[in-house]
Ligand binder design. Structure first.
Ligand code: GLN
Length: 210
């Protein structure tokens, strides 16, 4: 069976854990989800989620707790990571804020709170690469960042809104400006963990009896 981790120093953790459990079950995997608040657990995880919340706080805590280098090693080992909203900001290569120490897992810069004050939070039907074109993903944006690819970026844009990238994939990392854990639609978690060619969980791990 599989082991998953949700970085749980701050942010919306339990919703991600529930979405991971549902997505795993839908793909025939048994899974145990750990909420990670200390170093030493990430190395045991087959897949990871880094949630939304407050990016400056998440950045500070994963570095002071020694979790940050473990997340980098996880991705270097080609294991899947889903980074959402503040998680995307932390995973980026430049968040234009000294309080965020970026993990540089994605060749993208981000603009925090890019969609404007009066539109602090909104839902948008997104056409996402890899998901059915005639079945838009209901994406919930909350003080969301926008993504800008850097020159020669290896990041592939999966979805745009208002002409700006809001979901990208680079190797085993899928990152979204929105919150896929806040809707009952688990297709982003499925894409990140079970349908991403660069990060497919081995068949050997599939539970026989689920
Ligand atoms: N605006 C937040 C930040 O910059 C991110 C918002 C979120 O994760 N919902 O950290």
């Amino acid at each position: 069976s599989l082991t998953a981790g949700v970085i749980a120093v701050q942010g919306d953790v339990s919703e991600h854990a529930a979405a991971i459990e549902r997505a795993a079950r839908a793909h025939g995997y048994e899974i145990t989800v750990h909420e990670i608040r200390e170093a030493g657990i990430v190395p045991d995880c087959d897949l990871l989620a880094m949630p939304g919340g407050e990016s400056t706080t998440i950045s500070r805590l994963i570095h002071s707790d020694g979790i940050a280098p473990e997340i980098v090693a996880h991705v270097e080992a080609d294991k899947p990571l889903l980074a959402t909203c503040a998680g995307l900001i932390v995973a980026s290569s430049d968040a234009a804020d000294d309080r965020v120490e970026e993990l540089e897992l994605l060749d993208v810069t981000v603009e925090r709170n890019a969609f404007g004050r009066q539109k602090d939070s909104f839902e948008a039907p997104l056409i996402v690469d890899g998901l059915a074109e005639d079945d838009p993903y209901p994406a919930v944006f909350i003080r969301a960042p926008a993504i800008d690819a850097v020159d020669d970026s290896d990041a592939e844009v999966l979805a745009t809104w208002d002409d700006r990238p809001v979901a990208v994939k680079q190797g085993p990392v899928v990152a979204t400006a929105f919150h896929p854990e806040l809707t009952p639609d688990d297709r982003i978690h499925e894409l990140a963990f079970f349908a991403n060619d660069d990060a497919v969980i081995g068949d050997a791990d599939r539970a026989e009896s689920v």
